[in-house]
Design a protein around this ligand. Structure first.
Ligand code: GDP
Ligand code: IMO
Ligand code: MG
Length: 431
């Protein structure tokens, strides 16, 4: 039996990770977020009630399971407290099952300001970030000036680090951006107030996970963003500032890579992307509008309309390689139900030649034209179907083709946003 499973986005994010993590939490004991921050927006719909989690692991609706915000996450404590309060009001959160790494870096108010201002300065070259301060927080972490969640527990140390950071940031904010700077005492008081709420949860989460593993508990690692947004392996510079791929589950939660049993990639039956950057199979005009409306493709974090396009087999095969995928979850199959023709990109034309391996360079991708194969649509409602062999034959063939092109078998097919809208082929926790 597989005990420790990593879930990652296999595309540019928003593949439906939240829904799948919520479902798999039933079989797990601990759910761990290991990277990213509240740039993530993970939707879970239960009994017609919709939750969008930005920092909370998507397993949090299962009261008896432990949820961990791991070392590799960047935490905006205001957002976290907001999420805690919503869950408290609904009687879902009791404080026993949340564990926040003392090593997780804090997103500070100046990170948000810098994120937004730097994007504005970039003009046409902007990345289209979520404006949540993710990049600047990871910059400070790499520059070794970041402030960690654990620092909140030592008021003096926190104040000293804050003071140093503000002096440096204000220099840039006032002299380069010509904006009003930040005041140490204001942020200090605000963060100390927040600390009262979260201090009990801040701990050595790597040790917590280790102990759970020693007790033979099952751990689900919940990735945020997607493979193509990975800072090393994505479409740089149009990426986020963390490693979003499966390897990050180990470093981002402080467990050895040998402990991971399986890696599962989530992919939509088509493709979406939010923000700027290359997207070879992108659609425009009416065709795009239709897919966007049917799929409800609006950002869960920023509400921005998502860019939409056909399924890209080169990108998925690449994700399978980079993450070492053992299984696929294909989501939003139902969104294609009313299409007469469905295209799948099986190659790119680049400089007059056909290529079949995904290039990550933005300049190369921008010069690629997709080569498509066209599938007949099934034109039937799949949203109530619970068994693979009950799917229309054309839908089965479509799925089989995606498996063939990516070299990875589907373990689940999602046919709607709710928990029950699922075809389970093979439980990832089974052997
Ligand atoms: P995540 O960031 O990967 O967790 O994905 P998001 O929550 O940002 O976006 C996925 C969106 O698709 C959410 O609105 C989900 O409720 C919805 N969703 C997930 N799976 C399905 C599905 O199989 N069919 C449909 N129609 N919607 C789905
Ligand atoms: P989930 O976990 C989709 C995108 C942004 C932008 C780029 C950099 O819900 O799948 P950042 O704020 O991280 O510096 O922005 O990354 N992005 C996402 N796109 N889903 C996400 O998260 C994303 N998180 C960041 O739109 O293009
Ligand atoms: Mg999302």
């Amino acid at each position: 039996m597989a005990k420790n499973i990593v879930i990652v986005g296999a595309q540019w994010g928003d593949e439906g990770k939240g829904k799948i993590v919520d479902i798999l939490t039933k079989n797990a004991d601990v759910v761990v977020r290991f990277q990213g921050g509240n740039n993530a927006g993970h939707t879970v719909i239960v009994n017609d009630e919709k939750f969008v989690f930005h920092l909370m692991p998507s397993g949090i609706l299962h009261k008896d399971k432990a949820c961990v915000i791991g070392d590799g996450v960047v935490v905006d404590p205001e957002v976290l407290v907001g999420e805690i309060e919503v869950l408290e009001e609904k009687g879902i959160f009791n404080g026993d099952n949340l564990h926040i790494s003392k090593n997780a870096h804090l997103i500070m108010p100046y990170h948000k300001r810098l994120d937004i201002s730097k994007e504005r300065l970039k003009g046409k070259q902007k990345i289209g970030t979520t404006g949540r301060g993710i990049g600047p927080a990871y910059e400070d972490k790499a520059a070794r000036v970041g402030i960690k969640c654990g620092d909140l527990l030592d008021e003096k140390l926190f104040r000293a680090k804050l003071k140093r950071n503000i002096a440096e940031k204000n220099h840039y904010i006032q002299n380069v951006l010509h904006q009003v700077g930040f005041e140490t005492h204001e942020i200090y008081h605000k963060y100390m107030e927040i600390t009262e709420k979260i201090a009990p949860f801040i701990k050595d989460t790597s040790f917590f996970i280790y102990k759970a593993m020693m007790e033979k508990k099952k751990i689900l690692f919940e990735g945020a963003q997607g493979t193509l947004l990975d800072i090393d392996h994505g479409t740089y510079p149009y990426v986020t500032s963390s490693n979003t791929t499966a390897g990050a589950a180990s470093v981002g939660s402080g467990i050895g890579p040998t402990r991971i049993d399986k890696t599962i990639g989530i992919t939509k039956a088509y493709t979406t992307r939010v923000g700027e950057g290359p997207f070879p199979t992108e659609l425009d005009g009416k065709e795009a509008d239709r897919l966007r409306e049917h799929g409800g493709e609006y950002g869960a974090t920023t509400g921005r309309p998502r860019r939409v396009g056909w399924f890209d087999a080169l990108a998925l095969r690449y994700a399978a390689r980079i993450n070492g995928l053992d299984g696929l979850v294909i989501t939003k199959l139902d969104v294609l139900d009313n299409l007469k023709k469905i295209k799948v990109c099986v190659g790119y034309k680049y400089n007059g030649k056909k290529i079949t391996d995904f290039p990550t360079e933005a300049s190369v991708l921008n010069a690629c034209t997709p080569i498509y194969e066209t599938h007949e649509g099934w034109l039937e409602d799949t949203s109530r179907i619970k068994k693979f062999d009950k799917l229309p034959e054309k839908a089965q063939r479509y799925i089989r083709r995606l498996e063939e092109l990516s070299g990875v078998k589907a373990v689940m097919i999602s046919v709607g946003a709710a928990r029950d809208d699922l075809i389970l082929i093979k439980n990832p926790f089974s052997r």
